[in-house]
Design a protein around this ligand. Structure first.
Ligand SMILES: [Zn+2]
Length: 266
């Protein structure tokens, strides 16, 4: 009996909620105080239903064959995840495809036919990617950890912008450490920057990565600027000077050897 069925919402191509019932898609028609009336998405069909809270009532007949429900769920899940996640789109597609049973995979739209629609969904919630470093302007949640604590330490410069990330606890650990270790990684670096530069410190028997910086190049001036900004940050936030006895680096530039080289901090 229809009165006992729970409502199943899916996301439409325009990002609106629709009710899927036995393969028939319904769009919102009239919203009342106690219930919502829905009508079939096909304008030539008089199929209707009503939802009261999470329960479906008053279902009427449709004059056409139903949709493939599995396909509707597949498309809806992709639209929803495209809006809510930053996972690469092709990975999302393959992920949802792997959730289907074997006899359903052949009926799904191939990725190229729906990728542009999915990117449009993503642009609703995720800003367009900047084309230059000077366009990068991190705000709000993009400057915080997943649990909402401040994580962006500073954004310095324009075309030569340095971004540095770390928590207050990281700065405290940095300050308390006698030796700092610094090195860069290049393969995992976002396209606009040249390297991810990571500052580690030893705490007890373990060495932890504490500060993560995006650097525009591998020049000595840039490493010096990063260190100076970091010292300013420690001084401002902790009201103490950052003065390790030794900094060990492994940086690359045209005039420096690749091998690690202990360096005085002064
Ligand atoms: Zn219908």
């Amino acid at each position: 009996m229809a009165g006992l069925r729970n409502v199943e919402f899916v996301m439409s191509q325009r990002g609106k909620p629709q009710v899927l019932f036995d393969g028939y898609l319904h769009t919102k028609n009239v919203e009342r105080l106690t219930c919502v009336h829905w009508k079939c998405v096909k304008s030539t069909c008089s199929g209707r239903l009503t939802t009261v809270g999470t329960v479906i009532r008053n279902v009427t007949e449709h004059n056409h064959v139903p949709e493939d429900s599995q396909k509707v769920w597949f498309m809806s899940a992709l639209r929803k995840r495209a809006r809510e996640e930053s996972t690469p789109m092709h990975t999302l597609y393959n992920d949802e495809l792997s959730n289907l049973n074997n006899d359903g995979t052949g009926m799904k739209p191939p990725f190229p036919t729906m990728s542009s629609a999915l990117f449009r969904h993503r642009q609703k919630t995720i800003p367009v990617l900047p084309q230059t470093r000077s366009e990068v302007d991190l705000q709000d949640s993009w400057t915080q950890t997943a649990d909402g604590r401040p994580f962006l330490l500073f954004a310095d410069g324009d075309d030569d912008k340095i971004l540095a990330f770390g928590s207050l606890e990281s700065l405290g650990a940095l300050w308390s450490s006698e030796i700092l270790y610094m090195n860069g990684t290049f393969t995992a670096c976002p396209g606009l920057w040249n390297q991810v530069y990571i500052i580690h410190a030893r705490l007890g028997a373990t060495t932890y990565p504490l500060i993560f910086a995006l650097l525009p190049d591998r020049q000595t001036d840039t490493y010096s600027r990063l260190l100076r900004l970091l010292k300013d940050e420690v001084q401002q936030r902790l009201n103490r000077p950052l003065a390790p006895s030794c900094i060990q680096t492994d940086f690359q530039n045209p005039t420096q050897p690749r091998s690690p080289s202990p360096t005085s901090s002064d």
